[in-house]
Design a binder for this molecule. Structure first.
Ligand code: CA
Length: 659
């Protein structure tokens, strides 16, 4: 996400708001908090919950780490002592917040001898008052190593859930949530898209050749404005009811599993939403950064008094950075509506790590996309990723660093030999550098140093990466202009870019709707416009991109192009893990080859408007003489001999795989 994302004017926090929040927090509990519904053979366990909030709402046995820290939130709970009598579970330590008496943090040790089941936590005070909460430890549903993360064999379809498909108009708005308006004509209002809308169209996504779905965050954003995008979370354990229920999120995960497809959860460790429930009752005096400043201005919180991040992300690496620059970068708020979490507070750190693990285990995730990666405390990010990868050794996480500098992209990838000794534990980073240079190289005039040469030289930067194939590349995403707009409405250029990204030694990601040439020409870069509703996702839409009905011919052609490209990519070992060889562009033609055993993929970008004959003698080292290739898009066959005819400008994708 980027800074222009959320410029909402903040509301004063009123007494009414606090009451609403309390009502909401009670309703949350019904969904994900302490489970009181199932019967239990242990007669001492009475399935009771006197406590407002315990997080995580349940846990599992059998993790590498035996530690679990419960956050307990209840009026004056810090005056109580928790007691547990359950085999294998012991209380290691109990901590109070220094800013509120309404919190207890209970460190548990869950030893190997603990079995799955329920037990009571009794909270007693000196007056012998007692509260009881029933807590559950569950069996894990599959072995840790079976959580297989996304990788270079995957193509990821990124979705803004509010804008993809509205399967259930009855969940569009709720009276107890702050933003009630539904207005499809307003790019910054909610439009009604939901989880069921995604689940209902998995056939479409699978058919298009994508293997993985990354929906933008779907946890609750009970914000006054701008709640649709999902990056201002107000409860880390609740699904936004406007996207659907907890069960619907689980169903999306299981429907993907049935298809052998993968689910990535978009998580936000850097900040929460200003309306997060804890903002009215902060447990510690350093729970969020610039907390003094926030508390002093709480009744008049606005743009003029905020402490925003300076967004100078290079302070993470810059040996010359001043302390003030580094502090303002990490501790400043992303925007005034998104409090910056202080991950140097160990309770906050544990809270975020456990929350991530809770969702991986609950949904059986195949990956996490972590928002704004350079903004939180970087040592914490290393601990966070390390803790996850320790529990799930085959998992994958991609971190968002919006930088076109390959040095920074490399810095965050696990295994990098960084001068400052930093180890990230992060397998995948994002390739904003190649994203940008491919667009430039295709658009720019061919000269000695510009045009395709820029792409060729840009890809040479791969020598800088530990594992280029673990880096994610993309034509566009929810924060940037659509690729068709970046290409100024040139379909051929758009196809050239898309096919090149797709064959690179990378994980490929594309934003929903790019396959039908969705654009933001009217107001380039405008987030509301970039995140336009997918046609056919709403009843009564004039066109339906799922069925093709009413779609313009050019959109249909692009859809078919993407389908062929992605379906080839899906089964191509050469693209997934083959070696890469490319030849310096000449005469406006750039050839890149991927090969693995017998499968050879030849990708050609041709900028010549008129028919061009490519002399193949320059490619002798590939030993392709006499081999038959199939054009993956047109299905035509050609034999590799003296020359290859390139009838028009565009991309050509040939493969020795003939079926
Ligand atoms: Ca809906």
């Amino acid at each position: 996400m980027r800074t222009q994302l959320d410029h909402s004017i903040l509301k004063k926090i009123t007494f009414l708001g606090i009451v609403c929040l309390m009502i909401l927090s009670v309703s949350c509990k019904e969904q994900t908090s302490v489970d009181i519904n199932t019967s239990d053979s242990n007669s001492e366990v009475i399935n009771q919950n006197d406590i407002q909030r315990i997080e995580p709402p349940h846990w599992w046995i059998g993790f590498e780490s035996e530690e679990l820290q419960l956050l307990v939130h209840h009026p004056e709970i810090s005056n109580y002592t928790p007691l547990i009598d359950y085999k294998g579970v012991s209380i290691d330590k109990v901590s109070k917040g220094n800013n509120s008496e309404n919190y207890l943090f209970i460190d548990l040790i869950i030893s190997e001898s603990a079995s799955a089941g329920k037990f009571n936590i009794k909270f007693q005070n000196n007056n012998e008052d007692e509260f009881i909460a029933t807590y559950e430890l569950k069996e894990r549903t599959k072995p840790a190593e079976d959580f297989i993360g996304f990788d270079s064999s995957d193509a990821i379809y990124l979705i803004t859930p509010d804008r993809f498909a509205n399967a259930n108009p009855s969940n569009d708005s709720f009276d107890n949530l702050k933003q009630k308006t539904i207005d499809r004509t307003d790019g910054y209002a909610r439009h009604g898209g939901d989880i069921e809308g995604i689940t209902n169209h998995l056939d479409y996504i699978e058919d298009l050749g994508f293997t993985t779905v990354w929906p933008c965050p779907m946890l609750i954003n009970d914000m006054h404005q701008g709640s649709y995008h999902g990056y201002a979370i107000t409860d880390y354990y609740q699904v936004d009811p406007r996207f659907g229920t907890f069960e619907e999120y689980k169903k999306l995960a299981s429907e993907l599993d049935k298809r052998g497809m993968k689910l990535i959860m978009d998580q936000v460790a850097n900040h929460c939403g200003l309306e997060h429930w804890w903002m009215k009752d902060l447990p510690f005096n350093d729970w969020v950064n610039y907390q003094d400043h926030y508390e002093a201005n709480i009744d008049n919180w606005n743009w003029q008094v905020n402490k925003n991040s300076n967004h100078i992300r290079t302070t993470n690496q810059d040996h010359y950075a001043s302390e003030i620059d580094a502090k303002e970068m990490t501790e400043g708020w992303f925007v005034p509506t998104m409090p910056d979490l202080n991950q140097r507070n160990p309770f906050m750190s544990t809270y975020i790590i456990q929350n991530s693990i809770w969702w991986i285990e609950t949904l059986g995730l195949e990956g996490i996309r972590q928002d704004t990666y350079p903004y939180p405390d970087k040592d914490f990010m290393s601990d966070w990723a390390g803790a996850i990868m320790k529990e799930y050794p085959n998992f994958n996480i991609v971190g968002e660093e919006w930088s076109t500098n390959p040095l920074l992209i490399a810095y965050w990838q696990d295994g990098a030999q960084n001068a400052d000794g930093y180890r990230s534990n992060l397998r995948s980073t994002m390739d904003f550098a190649m994203q940008e240079i491919v667009v430039k190289g295709i658009k720019n005039k061919e000269t000695w140093g510009t045009g395709l040469k820029e792409i060729y030289v840009g890809l040479a930067n791969d020598f800088n990466y530990q594992r280029p194939e673990d880096i994610m590349v993309f034509p566009d995403n929810h924060d940037m202009s659509r690729i068709y707009t970046q290409m100024e409405g040139n379909v051929t250029n758009t196809k050239m870019a898309l096919s090149y990204y797709a064959v690179l030694p990378r994980i490929f990601q594309m934003y929903y709707g790019t396959e039908i040439l969705m654009d933001d020409f009217d107001k380039p870069g405008d987030h509301g416009l970039i995140r336009t509703d997918f046609p056919g996702g709403w009843k009564g839409d004039a066109a339906n991109a799922f069925s093709g009905e009413g779609l313009e011919a050019e959109s249909k052609t692009m859809q078919s192009f993407i389908k062929k490209l992605m379906n080839y990519r899906k089964h191509s070992k050469a693209i997934h893990k083959g070696e890469t060889i490319h030849f310096a562009p000449q005469d406006g033609v750039y050839v890149l080859v991927r090969r693995h055993n017998d499968e050879i993929v030849v990708h050609i970008l041709n900028k010549n408007e008129d028919a061009y004959t490519l002399d193949l003698s320059r490619f002798d080292e590939l030993k392709l003489q006499g081999k038959t290739f199939r054009n993956i898009i047109t299905n035509e066959s050609v034999v590799w001999e003296q020359s290859l005819s390139l009838p028009t400008k565009g991309s050509y994708l040939f493969s020795t795989k003939t079926n």
